[in-house]
Ligand binder design. Structure first.
Ligand code: SF4
Ligand code: SF4
Length: 186
């Protein structure tokens, strides 16, 4: 009898405590400012084009080789509207293979890629987690709006940032998966 009463008291206590969990996926906890979700491409409002020039540095250093990119001549450069001679033409990330390491962000010289708040991944098909340039830019502009993002490297990397980037590159070199087909992101 005494044990039953003790059990009842524990139950009543638990019922009056405030909830610390939420009913996912109906409810979501707020995203913390330094949360690192999937990488996304940023948008240069001033020139109305992506920051990404398609330089391929991030593609080369991605340890899981889940990225691919191609560059094109930037027509806005010829018109004098942009300082970027080259601009991203196609970009794809297979988010199903991304390990959220952030190396792509560290090695980018142009503020063109950020770890966004996007973190939910659910797909039925093998290739349904691939996101293209338009989707990456949409994720990026959403992140820029939500986080109050500001360009941090308008003149390229500072010496300190360069040393951080070099360390990231060394880490990437040591963790890179050897592959005979480095651009195959399937
Ligand atoms: S976060 Fe890491 S694994 Fe994901 S795309 Fe960037 S470099 Fe590749
Ligand atoms: S995101 Fe940065 S490092 Fe990657 S291709 Fe674009 S400009 Fe180059």
């Amino acid at each position: 009898m005494l044990e039953s009463i003790k059990g009842l008291v524990v139950t009543l206590k638990a019922m009056t405590q405030s909830k610390i969990t939420v009913e996912y996926p109906k409810q979501h906890l707020p995203i913390q400012p330094r949360f690192m979700g999937f990488p996304a491409l940023t948008w240069d409002e001033a020139r109305d084009e992506p920051f990404c020039t398609g330089c391929m540095v991030c593609v080369r250093y991605c340890p899981t080789q889940c990225m691919s990119a191609t560059m094109a001549d930037n027509p806005k450069f010829a018109d004098g509207e942009s300082h970027r001679r080259k601009i991203i033409d196609q970009f794809e990330i297979n988010l199903g293979r991304c390990i959220l390491c952030g190396i792509c962000v560290d090695v980018c010289n142009f503020d063109a890629i950020e770890m966004s708040f996007e973190h939910e991944l659910g797909a039925r098909g093998r290739n349904d987690n691939r996101v293209d340039l338009a989707q990456l830019l949409e994720m990026g502009t959403q992140y820029q709006a939500q986080s109050g993002w500001e360009q941090s490297k308008p003149n390229g990397l500072s010496p300190n940032e360069k040393s951080i980037r070099d360390a990231a590159i060394k880490t990437a070199d040591s963790t890179r998966i050897e592959s005979s087909e480095p651009q195959d992101v399937r």
